[in-house]
Structures are given as C-alpha cells and as structure tokens.
Design a protein around this ligand. Structure first.
Ligand SMILES: Nc1ncnc2c1ncn2[C@@H]1O[C@H](COP(=O)(O)OP(=O)(O)OP(=O)(O)O)[C@@H](O)[C@H]1O
Ligand SMILES: [Mg+2]
Length: 142
C-alpha cells in the first residue's frame, strides 16, 4: 500500500495543503517549524485515530477553527481508496470511504496502514534502564 495523495484542511499549521506522493521513500526537508511533523501526524492520525504527540484532538485543529479535514488517496494492488476524516471540536469525528455517506471515524481503522517512528524526549533518569553493555537506552515511540 502507498499514499498517492494527502490533502489537509485546517489541520495544525495548514489552512490547506495538497501533497502528491509517489511509491518509495519521500523525504520532507524544511526549516524548523515549517510543518514536516504535522504532515506525519496527519497520516498517523488517519491510520490510528490518535496522535503520537498529543492525547486529545483539540491541538490538531488549526488555531481559531473548529474542524479539520484529512483526506488521503491510497493505492493497494492497483486499487484506489479515498479516505476522508473530519475532526470536530464539538461533535463526533466522522469519516468517509470512497465518498460514501459519513461513517463513524473508527470505521476507517485498518484501511491506511502505517508504522510511525518518532523521537521522544528523554524521560526521567529513573526510567532510563542500563543495557547489558552498561550504557543507557533512549526511548523511541513506534
Ligand atoms: N493547532 C495549530 N494551529 C496552527 N499552527 C499550529 C498548530 N499546532 C502547531 N502549529 C504550528 O506548527 C508548527 C510546527 O510544525 P511541525 O512540528 O510540523 O514543524 P517541523 O517542520 O516538524 O519542525 P522541526 O524541524 O522543528 O521538527 C509551529 O509553527 C506551530 O506553531
Ligand atoms: Mg518535526
């Protein structure tokens, strides 16, 4: 499976962005704070309905807005699926699959399959366990 197109409306720093993608590796390059992780977070949210950075939806909505949209076109074995997820401040999130009538957001789970690796800050020293070699291990989320 690969993501052929990602479109965001009022998600984090993006009022609107359309990102065509291709199979293979994509490297996002840009200045600090430009919005690279926001794009990863949107894809991760579409896949899992949760963010790797925050535990509630509110921070995902662009400041001053009450609804964000994440749309993605996925290709699997030559078959295309369009997923749309509406993240709402004051009512339940909703999804659409191939421009269907709205469905529960959780009906989208399992369609966009991702693995996310993201660096996390060091935890308290008590949580840093020595390895067998005696050095410390860092903590990575997946
Ligand atoms: N809810 C929001 N509404 C508007 N802007 C937001 C929101 N949440 C975060 N931002 C903005 O998104 C930007 C950070 O984006 P992001 O974390 O994707 O940057 P980045 O390119 O990954 O940076 P770095 O290279 O430092 O990791 C900041 O400018 C921040 O103000
Ligand atoms: Mg980042």
């Amino acid at each position: 499976m690969y993501l052929e197109h990602l479109s965001l409306t009022d998600f984090r720093s993006y009022a609107q962005v359309d990102l065509p993608l291709e199979p293979g590796v994509t490297v996002l390059v840009g200045a600090n704070g430009i919005g690279k992780t926001n794009l990863m977070e949107a894809i991760g949210y579409l896949a899992t309905l949760s963010s790797h950075r925050v535990s509630s939806d509110a921070p995902l909505l662009r400041f001053g807005t009450d609804r964000a949209l994440v749309r993605a076109r996925l290709v699997r074995g030559g078959q295309t699926t369009v997923l749309e997820l509406e993240i709402n401040a004051s009512r339940a999130n909703r999804g659409r699959i191939n421009r269907s009538n709205p469905v529960r957001a959780r009906d989208l789970l399992g369609i966009c399959q991702t693995v996310l690796f993201a660096p996390r800050t060091w935890r308290s020293s008590r949580e840093i366990r020595p390895t067998a070699a005696g050095s410390s291990t860092s903590c990575w989320s997946a």
